[in-house]
Design a protein around this ligand. Sequence first.
Ligand SMILES: [Zn+2]
Length: 126
Amino acid sequence: MKLAQGISTIGFRKWYERRLLTGHAHLALVLLAVLGLMMALEAANRYATQTEKWLDYGVALACALGGGWALRRYLFLLVHTESIANQADCPACKTYGRLELVAADTRQDAVRVSCRQCRHEWNIEY
Ligand SMILES: [Zn+2]
């Protein structure tokens, strides 16, 4: 879910929480991929036929590629979400995360938000 859509529909704090949960789901996928990779490599050494070995190497390759993708996605979600969260403090009253969407500018990758506490407006760039 995009930032502007998230702020307007579920609020910033819920959007932030869901982004972190999504990121950590990708981390769990990385751990499963590493486990699958180790199991496939172990299985490749135990079975003697060439077909079984190549099948196990294929599974190991799929786990490595899937794990790499999941790790890349996890790191992107974490860094991107934290970068946005660091801009969620109201510059005027220092209230964190109580935002309303004023305008979304997709050309400049920024949203204009206002504080629910004091109505101060500022941009969040992503
Ligand atoms: Zn404020």
